[in-house]
Design a protein around this ligand. Structure first.
Ligand SMILES: [Zn+2]
Length: 131
């Protein structure tokens, strides 16, 4: 069993150690406390390993009473990707349960501000049609 550390030291703490299978070999890697991924699969290469937190979403009413998952977001990182943007935690944002964007903290905070502003506008619009 091999113990490996990610390239970005900030990801090491706070974390726990988890055993993962990479090409049939068990290795131990740090896993951040926000990660809820069971890491149960067999990774082909260590660069494929990703940590994933629980997703949040807005349940939005749709056609004929259906409810759609929108504004889906979760925290992820790929500590052995070799890409600085994904070695550290980033926000995965999927607006309509289709395609994802990877956002750093600055972009994610800007998005959150836009969603809040949209919520205020939506609330004002709803109030404008109140009987
Ligand atoms: Zn993990």
């Amino acid at each position: 069993m091999t113990v490996l550390a990610p390239a970005v030291p900030a990801q090491v703490a706070p974390s726990r150690q988890v055993a993962v299978s990479v090409a049939g070999v068990t290795v131990v890697v740090p896993c951040p406390i926000w990660c809820t991924d069971p890491h149960a699969g067999n990774y082909v290469d260590l660069v494929d390993l990703s940590h994933n937190g629980d997703a949040i979403f807005l349940a939005a009413p749709s056609y004929r009473g259906a409810v759609e998952r929108t504004l889906i977001a979760r925290v992820s990182s790929r500590p052995f990707s070799g890409t600085p943007e994904t070695e550290r935690p980033f926000l995965v944002f999927d607006p309509i349960d289709d395609e994802c964007a990877q956002l750093d903290s600055t972009a994610a905070l800007a998005l959150a501000d836009q969603v809040i502003a949209h919520g205020h506008a939506l609330r004002a619009m709803a109030a404008s049609i109140a009987g």
